[in-house]
Design a protein around this ligand. Structure first.
Ligand code: ATP
Length: 308
């Protein structure tokens, strides 16, 4: 369990984390989302004592991280997978970390197995790919068999097989009753992995709810309709109560009317339709709506005037 109360981090005049409160509960996967610079990494670093809060507190399994006598047995963290000695083999790195907590070689071999590192366990870590480095970071996080896991962008660098494997591992850890807190920028991946979501925007919590609620709160389902007579079809659909927005000359997005009814209206007016695609709500839609005003580094749109 992770509990943050009025947790704050300032860097000079910049408030990276602005008096946030949240609880990450055991037995489920909690996703941590937010635009670049929202304060996710800073929050995770404070949870594991790598950054000291400017205000407020954060407890892991009831205590501040630094107050735990054997923190690796309480909290496993994957924050910076590259922070390992490049000359050591993966197995030696794990043995060295294990020794700090009197964890034996048996457990080292177990986590090597759990993270699929057997084929490379004897190789120098310096030659590892990003994906192998992530697996090693996970192996370190799992060493102490901790009740709480904090994983910052764990899918980073994993190949598609690795992503599926990680999803299964993370789900299993939660089913075992552990607290799993993970950040990712990959919405579709997060939608498949997390049960609960906390979204940060500019250092504040903008949403903290079950995944199903977050997705259900997104704007309504829409239907994408491609037709060479889109202009003719639009008022007919609006007369049926639909809201229509035009994406391209022959492409409209229709909300408030089922795909079947759209097809009937089009057929009734002898309008040719080339495509009719119902689009369901997604975590990405909900996320975009919730963070629309919270983006610190927004991609600048080049205005047509500047182009000319
Ligand atoms: N050591 C530091 N000194 C000064 N400012 C910092 C420092 N670390 C982070 N910041 C600032 O604090 C804010 C939050 O950064 P943080 O890295 O926690 O965001 P994030 O949500 O993890 O972003 P990303 O998705 O890009 O990893 C940013 O504006 C960042 O520039």
């Amino acid at each position: 369990m992770i509990e943050a109360q009025s947790l704050t981090k300032r860097y000079g005049a910049k408030t990276a984390v602005d008096s946030i409160d949240f609880t990450v509960r055991p037995g489920r996967v909690t996703g941590f989302l937010g635009p670049n610079g929202a304060g996710k990494s800073t929050t995770m670093r404070m949870i594991v004592g790598l950054d000291r809060p400017s205000g407020g507190v954060v407890r892991v399994n009831g205590k501040a991280y630094v107050r735990h006598h054997a923190p690796l047995r309480q909290v496993g963290a994957l924050l910076d997978a590259k922070a390992v000695h490049p000359g050591r083999s993966a197995r030696h790195h794990l043995l060295a970390v294990a020794a700090t907590h009197r964890i034996g070689a048996k457990r080292v071999d177990e986590v090597i197995g759990l993270t699929g590192l057997e084929p490379v366990a004897g190789r120098r870590v310096g030659g590892f790919s990003l994906g192998m480095g992530q697996r090693l970071g996970l192996a370190v996080a799992l060493l102490g068999d901790p009740a709480t896991l904090i994983l910052d962008e764990p899918v980073n660098g994993l190949d598609p097989d690795g992503v599926v494997w990680l999803r299964g591992l993370v789900r299993r850890l939660a089913v075992e009753g552990r607290t799993v807190f993970l950040s990712s920028h990959l919405m579709s991946e997060m939608a498949q992995t997390a049960d609960h979501v906390i979204i940060l925007g500019r250092g504040r919590v903008v949403a903290d709810a079950p995944m199903s609620e977050i997705v259900a709160g997104a704007e309504g389902d829409s239907v994408q309709v491609r037709s060479p007579q889109a202009e003719h079809l639009t008022p007919l659909l609006e007369a049926e109560g639909a809201t229509v927005s035009r994406a391209e000359a022959d492409l409209i997005s229709v909300t408030g009317l089922a795909a079947a009814r759209i097809a009937e209206v089009a057929a009734g007016a002898r309008v040719v339709v080339h495509e009719l695609t119902p689009l369901t709500r997604s975590l990405e839609d909900a996320y975009m709506a919730l963070t629309r005003d919270e983006v610190e580094y927004r991609t600048m749109q080049t205005s047509p005037e500047v182009d000319r």
